[in-house]
Design a protein around this ligand. Structure first.
Ligand code: NDP
Ligand code: ZN
Length: 186
């Protein structure tokens, strides 16, 4: 128990330092760290996840993609299990954005169950943010496309965690209503 808490607190401290100068895209420019905390809390509160490595990886999930964190550093600080989970949910930044988005759709089914939980909570948090605090500069079309893209990714994550999936479906429905989307992205 105390080892689990230690791992999670260490991840919070590391991630907060790495994301220190970053902001989310919402109109309030929220501190970036709010998002990984929200993802981990969603796993705990909604998904019932009690696996400390998964919670730590959720807190770290955007560090390799968006900061100077390296796989070697994450492995040294948090071990191979956590690194493996973070790598599973990390895009290859050397690829163009549309390719990365397409690969997320294609790779979703092949992720481990634990990585699927993180991905599902991440998409749930992002569409919740999109509904409540959308980026100022996103057109309605951009928001609609984003919702439909997450739906395609989540299609490959289904069956991993019922509670997260149901909460995602609820948020998607709300988002579609708000953004006037009638068709499905499947
Ligand atoms: P993305 O679709 O890649 O951005 C979404 C990602 O931003 C999310 O997956 C999330 O990723 C992160 N994010 C940060 N803040 C928020 C928030 N408040 N709500 C939801 N997600 C958030 O879009 P990009 O801005 O990178 O642009 C991609 C393409 O879309 C570009 O080609 C660009 O030209 C185009 N574009 C079009 C616009 C339009 O209005 N038509 C506006 C902006 C971009 P994570 O969890 O990993 O942080
Ligand atoms: Zn994220």
């Amino acid at each position: 128990m105390s080892d689990d808490m230690g791992l999670v607190f260490k991840a919070l401290r590391y991630s907060a330092e790495k994301h220190n100068d970053q902001r989310r895209k919402d109109s309030r420019s929220s501190p970036y760290i709010n998002h990984p905390i929200q993802v981990a809390d969603t796993l705990w509160q909604v998904g019932g996840v009690r696996d400390a490595a998964v919670l730590a990886a959720a807190i770290l999930h955007d560090t390799i993609e968006d900061t100077d964190a390296t796989p070697a550093e994450i492995e040294r600080e948090f071990g191979r299990d956590v690194l493996g989970l973070v790598m599973e949910v990390t895009d290859d930044r050397s690829l163009p954005q549309p390719v990365r988005k397409q690969l997320q759709i294609e790779h979703a089914t092949g992720l481990s169950t634990r990585a699927k939980w993180i991905k599902l909570a991440d998409k749930l948090c992002n569409i919740s943010d999109l509904i409540k605090f959308p980026p100022d500069d996103w057109s309605l079309q951009k928001k609609q496309e984003y919702l439909l893209w997450t739906e395609k990714v989540v299609q490959g994550l289904r069956g991993a965690n019922k509670a997260l999936e149901e909460r995602y479906d609820k948020a998607l429905k709300e988002g579609k209503l708000k953004m006037g989307v009638s068709k499905t992205g499947r």
